[in-house]
Design a binder for this molecule. Structure first.
Ligand code: GLN
Length: 485
């Protein structure tokens, strides 16, 4: 039995029945890492000793006959932009190559309290800017389904680690698609929660009005479980919402008979691979067959989402990244003779090309004279995009679309053309701008590469997403396919 290939809920059952120990599961995961990590390279840091110690504690608890929680004793990987006390947190940047946070992100704290076994930190595009993980300053991560191809990004390491069975689940962050796009490229489940549903405390900020943390899992049940564990109000994050967090696994009935599903026509225009459109149409037929009502609808401002995002996200990034000056922590050019030179050299050497591009774009959009024309205009159009969704959700419980217009692309294919890279996020960005939840799950394959189906929901409508996703998954089984490494 390869324990590393199982889901958290399957492993939980085995732990409770004493068919396996947390130490055995954790060892299985590290054995797998030893076997395939050379090919995949999903991890920036491994925390073996801490992980084995934690697993031992959980096993001792089980040995004493105490009850354990659903994620207790189960291995998890954390994207390297979430602070882990005493463990390197780099954002895959030279700027933070030596940064060891003195505190935990709230999500890490919550997982610790839930008894999770943190096994390592995942590679990513530097500061979460990118769609392929090629922007990591350390190394590239490879797609387990085809190691000549990207895993997607920016949470490419988190996605690849789950797909390669190097971990049971992982956490990523999603500002414009960074959970959903890599999840779809790697054939796993990924959730971008409602803005404010999960605390951002300790998440290294990219674009604060868009960033959300969410899970990568091997099936929908695990996704619902992890979300139930990390969601909820946090006094340390003033944008986190006060809401009662239910046990989301209780909605997994397998039925979609009471759901009305809208199909936004703007997500089925040219530019999407015909084979992907076909798979999404199959999915729509499946939902109809299962008793859901599916109807075409419209989100008329969709075409503005990409330009609006590439004003707002860089604007917020230029402000957030101003703190990296070489003074208090992180990289510093030690040889500079005066402070201005130190700032300049630290920032020119510490940040990579894409991060600098974003800082320049954002600084430009916010500068006096351009603020009204770009930033303010973008905020107004963002409201129109949000209103499109509000209107659609008066009639529909969820909306359905492809997650990405193409399957995983090859290394270097888009790396030199930022515009081509930005276009890979056309279907994911609106969800962040509107602050609503979006989930992706496997819906088939094109030329051996996994394809994701995206479901979008009302604010705090994660329950509907899990319900629909679970029914689809259980009636299709695409999630059961594994890459051959
Ligand atoms: N690919 C998008 C970008 O480069 C989204 C990244 C993200 O969601 N963190 O900004």
């Amino acid at each position: 039995m390869q324990f590393n290939a199982l889901t958290a809920h399957e492993l939980h059952d085995k732990l409770v029945k004493k068919e396996v120990s947390s130490a055995e599961i954790t060892e299985a995961v590290f054995k797998r890492i030893d076997d395939v990590e050379e090919k995949v390279r999903s991890l920036v840091t491994q925390t073996r000793d801490k992980a084995m110690k934690k697993a031992g504690e959980v096993d001792a608890k089980i040995g004493r006959g105490e009850a354990i929680g659903p994620l207790e004793g189960i291995p998890v990987v954390i994207k390297d932009n979430m602070c882990t006390e005493g463990v390197l947190t780099t954002c895959s940047s030279k700027m933070l190559h030596n940064f060891v946070p003195p505190y935990n992100a709230t999500v890490v704290e919550k997982l610790n309290r839930a008894g999770a076994v943190i096994i390592g930190k995942a590679n990513m595009d530097e500061f979460a800017m990118g769609s392929s993980t090629e922007n990591s300053r350390f190394f590239i991560t490879r797609n387990p389904w085809d190691t000549e191809r990207v895993p997607g990004g920016s949470s490419g390491g988190s996605a690849a680690a789950v797909a390669a069975d190097e971990t049971i689940y992982s956490l990523g962050s999603d500002t414009g698609g960074s959970i959903r796009q890599p999840a779809s490229f790697c054939g796993v489940v990924g959730l971008k929660p409602t803005y404010g549903a999960v605390s951002r405390y300790g998440l290294i900020a990219f674009a604060s009005s868009l960033d959300q943390i969410g899970p990568f899992t091997k099936d929908v049940r695990d996704c619902a479980q992890v979300f139930s564990t990390i969601a909820g109000h946090d006094p340390k994050d003033s944008t986190s919402a006060e809401f009662a967090v239910p046990d989301y696994t209780s909605v997994l009935s397998g039925s979609v008979r009471d759901l009305k599903i809208g199909i936004p026509r703007e997500y089925f225009v040219e530019g999407t691979a015909p084979k992907i459109k076909e798979l999404i149409n199959n999915a729509i037929n499946k939902f109809t067959e299962l008793g859901a009502v599916c109807e075409e609808t419209s989100l008329p401002h969709t075409e503005y989402a990409l330009p609006v995002y590439y004003i707002i996200a860089p604007a917020e990034a230029s402000s957030n990244l101003a703190r990296y000056d070489g003074v208090r922590y992180g990289y510093r050019d030690e040889l500079a003779e005066d402070i201005v030179t130190m700032y300049r050299r630290t920032r020119s050497e510490g940040f990579g090309t894409e991060v600098k591009r974003r800082i320049m774009l954002g600084t430009y959009a916010l500068s006096s004279g351009y603020y009204d024309a770009y930033y303010l205009k973008a905020l107004k159009v963002r409201t129109l995009i949000k209103q499109d969704f509000d209107k659609a959700f008066e009639k529909y419980d969820i909306l359905i679309s492809p997650t990405s217009p193409t399957p995983a692309f090859k290394f270097g294919e888009k790396a030199d053309d930022p515009m081509q890279m930005y276009l890979t996020d056309v279907f994911t960005i609106s969800v962040n701008l509107a602050g609503i939840p979006g989930i992706t799950l496997p819906c088939g394959f094109v030329d051996g590469l996994p394809v994701g189906l995206q479901l979008m929901g009302r604010p705090f409508g994660e329950g509907d997403l899990f319900k629909a996703a679970y029914a689809f998954e259980q009636n299709t089984g695409f999630h059961l396919n594994k890459p051959k490494l």
